[in-house]
Ligand binder design. Sequence first.
Ligand SMILES: Nc1ncnc2c1ncn2[C@@H]1O[C@H](COP(=O)(O)OP(=O)(O)OP(=O)(O)O)[C@@H](O)[C@H]1O
Ligand SMILES: [Mg+2]
Length: 387
Amino acid sequence: MLNSLAIANYRSIRQLVVPLRALNVVTGSNGSGKSSLYRSLRLLAETAQGRIIPSLAREGGLESTLWAGPESISDAMRRGDQPVQGVKRKEPVNLRLGFAAEDFGYLIDLGLPTPSRSAFAKDPVIKRECLWAGPAFRPATLLVDRKNGLVQSRAHDSGWHQLTTSLPSFDSMMARFGDPRTTPEILMLRERIRSWRFYDHFRTDEQAPARQPQIGTHTPVLSDDGADLAPAIQTIHEIGDSEGLEAAIEDAFPGAAIEVVVSEGRFELVMRQQGLLRPLRAAELSDGTIRYLLLTAALLTPRPPSLLVLNEPETSLHPDLLPALGRLIARTASSTQVIVVSHASRLIATLEDEAECQNLPLEKDFGETILANRESLEPTSWRWPER
Ligand SMILES: Nc1ncnc2c1ncn2[C@@H]1O[C@H](COP(=O)(O)OP(=O)(O)OP(=O)(O)O)[C@@H](O)[C@H]1O
Ligand SMILES: [Mg+2]
C-alpha cells in the first residue's frame, strides 16, 4: 500500500505531499488540480513502462507542464507588496514525483536539458532516481541511486556497486535494469508500479467496444477500453466474487440480473430487467448502465492490483446510481488500495461514510494546488534529495 505521494512543480502543484490510506477520495472544484494529481500518478506509472519522456512531450513538454508560478510564495507576494516575477531561483528547475509505500519508496527528478543543436534538444532529462528501503528516504536507506548517467546499487549491505556510468538521460533506471539475479530491487519496483491500474472514461457510445459481442477467454483484468466486458463478467461469475457481482447489480438495478450468452465463441452480455419479456443485449442498454457494468467488472477483478485509480467514474451516471457505486468501491478497497478522483457529491458522501476513507479536498491558493484539510491530516514527512 502507498503511504504517500509527493509531487513538485507539476502543473498547478508546486509542492504537495499527499497522505494515502486504503481508500482515498480526491475532490475539489474545477481547476483545483484533481487531474494534475491523477496525471502525476500516471506519469509515475509510465516511468515504469519506459514512457515518461514521450508522455511529458505529449503534454506539451517540460516547459509547459512545469509549475508556472514562483519557486516559493512569500507573504509579501500574497499581500501584493512583492512582484512574483524576477525573484532569483535558489534551485535548478525540476519536476519531481515520488511515492512511499510501507516497504520501499521511489522518486524521480527531471530537469531541463542543456541547450544543444540536437533535434531532441527539448527532451527533459532524468537527473536523479532513488529507490530506498522502508517508509522514508534517507541517505542511509538508499538501495539504488541514480545521478545523471551514474547508477549505483547497495544491495545486501555490501557497499556501493556501480551498475553503469552512462545511462541515457531519457531512460529510467527501470528501463535498463531489473534482472532478478543482479538487480532484484529494481525488478520489484518496476513490477509493483506496473501492477497499478487506471480507469479513465470508458466509451459507452453506440460503437463502443463493450457493446459488441467479443471472442472471449478468461479475463481476470478488464482492458482499459472495456472491450472485454462480457468475458470479464463471466470470469467473475466463474472464479471471482460472483456474490459481490450479484449484490452490485441488485444494489444499482433492483430486480435485474446480468448474464453472459456465448454463441459461436462470441461472448455477449445481456441484462434481465423487471417488466420486460426478453433480456436486453449490451447494444440495447443505456450509457449509464453500460458504464456501471464496466466499473463493476473493473472493481470486482479476480486479480486485484496493488493500486486501483478511478478518474471521475461518475461521468454519465445518474446521481441515484452513485451510492451503489460508492459501496462497490468501498468493497474493493477492503482488498486493494483505491484512489478515486471525483466531483460527484453523492459518490463523495458515500465514500466519506467509510471509516477507512481519506478525504483529500484540493483547492487553489495563489495559483497553487493545496490540500484544504492539511491541518487535520496526519503529518507526512517527505524529503527530496539534492541533485
Ligand atoms: N504549468 C502550470 N502551472 C501552473 N498552473 C497550471 C499549469 N498548467 C495548468 N495549470 C492550472 O492548473 C489548474 C488545475 O488543473 P486540473 O486540470 O488539474 O484541474 P481539475 O481539478 O482537474 O479541474 P476540472 O474539475 O475542471 O477537471 C488549472 O487551473 C490550470 O489552469
Ligand atoms: Mg480535471
